[in-house]
Design a protein around this ligand. Sequence first.
Ligand SMILES: O=P(O)(O)OC[C@H]1O[C@](O)(CO)[C@@H](O)[C@@H]1O
Length: 389
Amino acid sequence: MGQQRGEVPPIRGNVPGSYAEGVFRDRHPVLVRQVRDALPYSPDRLQALDRLLEEAIADKMQPLDASAHDFRTWLSWGRPYLRGRWTDAPFLWAESYFYRRLLEATGYFDDGPWRGVDPFEPFKRAELAGSVVDEELASLDAVAGLPGPEKETALLLASLWGNRADLTFQVMGELGEEKSADLVADDSALLWSLLHDRPPGTVCFVADNAGRELLPDLALIDHLLTRRLATEIVLHVKPQPYFVSDATPADVLAALDRMTAAPGQAGKAGARLRQALRSGRLTLRTHPFACAPLPYADMPDSLRDEFASAALTVTKGDLNYRRLVGDRMWPTDTPFSEVTAYFPGPVVALRTLKSEVLVGVDARTSAALDATGDAWRTTGTRALIQGRA
Ligand SMILES: O=P(O)(O)OC[C@H]1O[C@](O)(CO)[C@@H](O)[C@@H]1O
């Protein structure tokens, strides 16, 4: 029996040289400056962003304004952390809070002109406009001609590696071009057997990033619907801008527009997906817990019931993985099935490795990867498919 969840310390940014420390020290100040420059904010918003920048640099958190609609919710989620250091709070908690504070600074929830304006929209729009997206969409023509199993592998790997196209990484210029690195765990056979060998049911697809990740996600979703491997798909996205590139409903619509306007198979898939939204075979879901600073083990009953009634839940990306297994310093050989035993149904995680947490990888494999000297856990060069029935 492995260690119990409560005994394994959460990852925090106060470990010198750790990845999490770098996120608070380097990434957050850069991001606040980029947000500041991306839109012509008014003087009051610029001042608020400057105050947040000072907080980030001084490593000192402040609570939300007491008038914020979710002020009390955040108190209940972590009162002890709110006047402490960013780096002393659990990494997952503090990073999530940082994005909430960023929305406060830009006036996202205020009764003013910046209400509802996504501060990351300029970055997302630029990504979706790129010519590389044309090429990625055109590649669906070749995929359509592949025999069944190869087609499914191609669609799955495109969705998996699409997770590397993450704007938080582009902020720091950390994305390499290489895409062929090995998977450190591969439960794809389990994924396909859950879809092919059981009667089709609802699939919950918990999305991660907009743009270049969401497009291959949508292509995979279209395949599951077209092949009737799912009776319906519930696409979980964020109710508000979060972690720079996380997909919101507006981002789904933008991706669908991009897809539908494309020639060939991509355009056809886009049209089918629009129709699926209209018929209810594809539903968008924005549960408030999607932006909570907590692991899925703490999910409310309403969300638990949704996952419990699904034939399969697929989670995308690094942040969802951190929330699924718990953002703790697990020994890497801790079984995935053990740390996700609380999850109320079959679940498969598709993730490129972009932060330190990792389970389900034997000690010999992780030691061999450590010996390469590469930052393989945090740079998105490795990926995993992990699941349990
Ligand atoms: O988009 P993804 O795959 O969830 O990755 C986001 C990751 O980027 C970071 O924000 C910064 O490294 C991580 O903390 C987070 O897990």
